[in-house]
Design a protein around this ligand. Structure first.
Ligand SMILES: [Zn+2]
Length: 411
C-alpha cells in the first residue's frame, strides 16, 4: 500500500487525555481513534493488526474442533433474568427501548449460547461440542483509562463447550490450555496460567492466562521452567521457592496482564434454562459447560505495552500491519526514485506485505514515522544506496546494504 493513500496521519504529540502507553502510541501512529473513554475505532493500520490477531485466534480454535458462529449482541432482558445476571452483574449494559422493553448488550454470551446449542444437541451422541465467536462485547466500566486494555466496548473471542461429564470438560480444558499457550507464543508473548477462585456465580474454578509485562495490573509469582503462576495477593508463596507444579523451576515475581480466561461453568446454565440432553442410560441430564475467553483488542494493547521504545511501536512480525516499510528518499523522477518504485513492484509481486512511503515529505519525517508505526523491516532507497537497498530491523540499530536477492532471503 502507498502511504500517500493512507487517510490517517501521524501525530507528533500523544493526546493529553490518554494515560496508557498503548493508546498514546496507537493514536499517534494512526492505528486507532478514540470515540470516548473506553471506546475506540480501528483505522486501516489498526484493523490489519486486529485481523491478524483474530486469525491467529481463529486458527487455534479451529484446530481444537471449535465451530465458529456469530451471535446477536442485543439480548432480551428475559435471558439475563433467567440466569440472575440482570440484577447481579454491575457492568451489564442495559438498554431501554421506546417499546418500554429492556435489552442487554452482551458482556459474555452464555445466556444466548445455552438455549441455542441445546436446541440442536439433544443426546449424548451430540456431545462434546464447542462453538465460538469473535465479536464485540460491552462492559459498563466506571473508569476506562487503560486504552484498549480495558474498554467499554472490546473485541473478544468467546468459546463455549458442552460435555456429558466433568471429566470430559477437564480433558477439553487441557487441550484448550495448550492451544492458548501456543497462541500467545505465536504473538510474541510469554504466557503463564493461574488457577483463581470463583466465577461470577459459582465456586467453581476459573483459570487465567497472564502475560509478563511491566505494564500489567496484576502482580504474580511465576515459575521459570513451566507455565505455572499464581497471584501474589492470594498466595502464601515467596520468591525463590520451588515450583509446586513442575518441581524443577523456582518462583519469580513480576507484573502481568490477563489475556485470557477459562471458566468451569459446571451445570449452572443448563439448570437455569431447564435444558437437558439424553444420556447413555436414557436419563435427562444438564450438560457441563466451559467458557473460554481471549481479549482480541486487549491482546493488541498488551503487545504494544510490551513492544515499544521511546520512538514508537516495535511490532512482532506475526501481527505487524505490514512486513516491510519501504522509504523512497529521492526525487521520484531520479534513478534512485525509479529504483524505489521497482523494488515496491517486486515486493508486491513476491506477496510481501509492504507499506511504501513515496510521500513528498522530509527524510526526517519518514524515518520518524517509520519508527512510530513500527513495521519490523525498514527499507530505504536513496541516491546514497546506489543499486542496493538499506535494510534495518526496527528492533536493531544495525544497518545493512543489500541487493534485492539478499533482502528476499530475510523477508
Ligand atoms: Zn514449574
Amino acid at each position: 500500500m502507498k502511504q500517500s493513500e493512507l487517510f490517517t496521519k501521524t501525530l507528533r504529540e500523544a493526546p493529553k487525555d490518554e494515560e496508557a502507553v498503548n493508546a498514546q502510541l496507537l493514536i499517534r501512529a494512526g492505528f486507532i481513534n478514540k470515540t470516548m473513554a473506553g471506546s475506540y475505532s480501528f483505522l486501516p493500520l489498526g484493523l490489519r493488526v486486529l485481523n491478524k490477531i483474530e486469525n491467529a485466534v481463529r486458527n487455534e480454535m479451529n484446530a481444537i474442533g471449535g465451530q465458529e458462529i456469530l451471535m446477536s449482541m442485543l439480548h432480551p432482558k428475559a435471558l439475563w433474568e433467567t440466569t440472575g445476571g440482570w440484577n447481579n452483574i454491575d457492568v451489564l449494559f442495559k438498554v431501554p427501548s421506546r417499546t418500554e422493553k429492556e435489552y442487554a448488550l452482551a458482556q459474555s454470551a452464555e445466556e444466548a449460547v445455552t438455549p441455542l446449542v441445546l436446541k440442536h444437541a439433544t443426546t449424548y451422541k451430540d456431545l462434546p461440542l464447542a462453538v465460538y465467536q469473535i465479536h464485540w462485547k460491552f462492559r459498563d466500566e466506571l473508569r476506562a483509562k487503560s486504552g484498549i486494555l480495558r474498554g467499554r466496548e472490546f473485541l473478544m473471542k468467546d468459546m463455549y463447550s458442552f460435555h456429558e461429564t466433568q471429566a470430559d470438560f477437564d480433558k477439553f480444558y487441557a487441550k484448550a490450555k495448550k492451544s492458548y499457550l501456543k497462541l500467545y507464543k505465536s504473538l510474541g508473548l510469554t504466557a503463564k496460567a493461574t488457577e483463581a477462585s470463583g466465577g461470577a456465580f459459582s465456586q467453581k474454578i476459573s483459570y487465567e492466562f497472564m502475560v509478563l509485562t511491566d505494564a500489567g495490573e496484576d502482580d504474580i509469582f511465576y515459575c521459570d521452567k513451566c507455565e505455572f503462576c499464581v497471584n501474589s495477593e492470594i498466595s502464601k508463596q515467596n520468591i525463590g521457592e520451588k515450583c509446586q507444579k513442575c518441581g524443577k523451576g523456582v518462583l519469580h515475581r513480576a507484573k502481568a496482564s490477563e489475556v485470557g480466561n477459562v471458566f468451569d461453568l459446571s451445570d449452572k446454565y443448563g439448570k437455569d434454562f431447564k435444558l437437558t440432553f439424553l444420556d447413555k442410560n436414557n436419563e435427562r441430564k444438564h450438560p457441563i459447560m466451559g467458557c473460554y475467553g481471549v481479549g482480541v483488542t486487549r491482546l493488541m494493547g498488551v503487545i504494544v505495552e510490551k513492544y515499544h521504545d521511546e520512538k514508537g511501536i516495535i511490532w512482532p512480525e506475526s501481527v505487524s500491519p505490514f512486513k516491510a516499510h519501504l522509504l523512497r528518499l529521492a526525487d521520484p523522477k531520479s534513478k534512485a526514485g525509479k529504483l524505489a518504485d521497482k523494488i515496491y513492484a517486486y515486493l508486491l509481486a513476491d506477496n510481501i506485505e509492504v507499506l511504501y512511503d513515496e510521500r513528498t515529505v522530509s527524510a526526517g519525517q519518514k524515518f520518524a514515522d517509520a519508527d512510530l508505526i513500527g513495521i519490523p523491516w525498514r527499507l530505504v532507497v536513496s541516491e546514497k544506496t546506489g543499486a542496493k537497498i538499506e535494510v534495518k530491523a526496527r528492533n536493531s540499530k544495525k544497518v545493512n546494504l543489500m541487493s534485492y536477492g539478499s533482502l528476499r532471503q530475510i523477508l
